[in-house]
Design a protein. Structure first.
Length: 113
């Protein structure tokens, strides 16, 4: 599968409900047991498939339509885990209201054990 936006998250971005530079944006490592669905909307939709501790993306910028930030560093990943993708989301402090934004499963080193 190619990298995809979550449609409901994209709607929130387009309606200014999400501000990439001022909101808390995080990245989660997600196991190969997760299956992307365009119907998924919130962090709870990832179920128990998150690996390690989600990381805040710091020093965020948006330039010419491109979102960027510091590289996320995951210091603890359970042995035997297989990371199939990264998911970027807005952290509201509550998983049931934290909208999913982007599913990234195509990149150098993915999947990774």
């Amino acid at each position: 599968m190619a990298n995809k936006l979550y449609p409901k998250g994209a709607t929130k971005v387009m309606s200014a409900a999400i501000n990439f530079t001022s909101d808390t944006i995080k990245v989660a490592l997600v196991s190969n047991a997760y299956t992307y669905s365009a119907a998924h909307e919130f962090l709870t939709d990832l179920g128990t498939n998150r690996i390690g501790t989600d990381q805040v993306i710091s020093n965020k910028t948006v330039t010419d339509g491109v979102f960027d930030g510091d590289d996320a560093v995951f210091t603890t990943v359970a042995s035997g885990s297989t990371v199939a993708c990264w998911v970027i989301y807005k952290d509201t402090g509550v998983a049931g209201t934290s909208p999913l934004l982007m599913h990234i499963d195509t990149g150098t080193g993915l999947p990774m054990a």
